[in-house]
Design a protein around this ligand. Structure first.
Ligand code: SF4
Length: 384
């Protein structure tokens, strides 16, 4: 049984010490991937000295936070490495745990690397969390993305990890080759049914040097728009959070390398992708309340918890403008109220107060038709 730094209490967000091992252990190149472009790492595994210096530096930085430190291997297929390399990396990192400077280890790996033999290798080491690059639960999408594994591999991997008591993170991508609203929704539902401890949602972007870049240039692949990616991510977030599954990351880490013209060739990248997604969730909830209770009103007031004001307003107040345009409202007044739960917005219209819960608002992933009159947004009971 792996160490559990959480002890059954509310988990304390760990201080992550990231160790990037780009493409280490990868059996081949998945079409969307170019880890060296997004991590700027070398393809060599770190030496003992380099690894220790790197971890030392991060821990020195993290010490004042007094959070449990977790050394995390990212950017490759960890259990695809030869056993001696796995033992070397975990052994070096475990030294920091034995000396009390960090609490646990974590890595990401492909679902098809999980079997009883590979998990036996981990027994001597304090690994608590394992993240699987699931990407999609649609076999057609996995095949077209050249992942080389199936949804059934993911199901079996999760079952084995649960048997051994690991905390499990599942990563999914939106907009892979062959993906659409239905396969993205099905992926979300099937991932939620596996009961992971947390998930990450990533948009598919076209990175220079990836096979997808060639497909994009030849017209074989068209990235999703930012707007539809944000809409689907908003529905996925509601799906997961509605079932008590934390979404710990949405979107790629903001990085100068991911600006257009650098590593990023095309696709729905935005440095504040998560903020856009939360903004869309609040907009959906406000639209439903207004549609149901305040049609024809020229003035409405919306109450949210102060920490959600920017989510309700959206990027550059865009949500408020959309509500005004869509419902012919002259004034949308924002009221900050610490009594409103995070998961709710309240609509004040005339002398009435209406309560809306985020995520309760619509049929999930209903295929939407673009409404060109609304500048590409979707209206009514469809995606916005
Ligand atoms: S997605 Fe994962 S397995 Fe595929 S090439 Fe990238 S790091 Fe390797």
């Amino acid at each position: 049984m792996p160490l559990n730094v959480w002890n059954g209490h509310k988990p304390l967000k760990p201080f992550i010490v990231p160790v990037f091992i780009p493409h280490a252990g990868c059996p081949h190149r998945c079409v969307f991937c170019n880890q060296t472009a997004i991590t700027r790492g070398s393809l060599d595994l770190p030496s003992s000295e380099r690894l220790r210096t790197h971890i030392d530096r991060f821990l020195a930085y993290g010490m004042p936070h007094r959070r449990p430190a977790q050394i995390s291997f990212y950017g490759g297929n960890f259990l695809g490495l030869p056993p001696s390399r796995i033992e070397f990396l975990l052994g070096e990192a475990a030294e920091f745990i034995h000396t009390g400077r960090a609490e646990s280890l974590r890595f990401s790996t492909r679902p098809d690397t999980i079997d009883r033999h590979s998990l036996d290798l981990l027994t001597p080491f304090p690994v608590t969390d394992i993240e699987l690059g699931v990407q999609s639960m649609a076999d057609t999408v996995l095949a077209r993305s050249r992942r080389g594994h199936t949804a059934e591999n993911t199901r079996q991997a999760v079952s084995l990890l649960q048997e051994r008591g690991f905390r499990i993170g599942l990563q999914m991508m939106i907009g892979l080759p062959g993906d659409d609203m239905d396969t993205a929704a099905e992926t979300g539902r099937r991932i939620a049914a596996l009961r992971p401890d947390f998930v990450r949602i990533y948009p598919t972007v076209v990175l220079r040097g990836s096979p997808l870049a060639r497909w994009y240039r030849s017209g074989r692949y068209h990235p999703w728009s930012l707007d539809e990616t944000v809409s689907v991510a908003a529905d996925l977030y509601d799906l997961f959070s509605g079932q008590g599954i934390p979404v710990i990351r949405m979107g790629l880490q903001a990085d100068a390398d991911l600006q257009p013209g650098a590593a990023l060739l095309a696709g729905p990248y935005h440095p504040a992708f998560g903020h856009l997604v939360h903004g869309r969730r609040f907009l959906h909830a406000a639209m439903d309340l207004i549609q149901t209770h305040a049609l024809g009103r020229s003035e409405v007031s919306i109450e949210v918890h102060p920490r959600n004001e920017s989510n309700m307003r959206g990027n550059r107040n865009r949500n408020i403008e959309i509500l005004k345009d869509r419902f012919h409202i002259k004034t949308v007044k924002m009221i900050r109220n610490i009594g409103i739960p995070d998961s709710e917005i309240h609509l004040l219209s005339g002398s009435f107060r209406y309560r809306g819960r985020l995520g309760d608002h619509r049929e999930r992933f209903k295929p939407a038709q673009p409404d060109t009159a609304q500048g590409g947004y979707y209206v009514g009971q469809q995606h916005l």
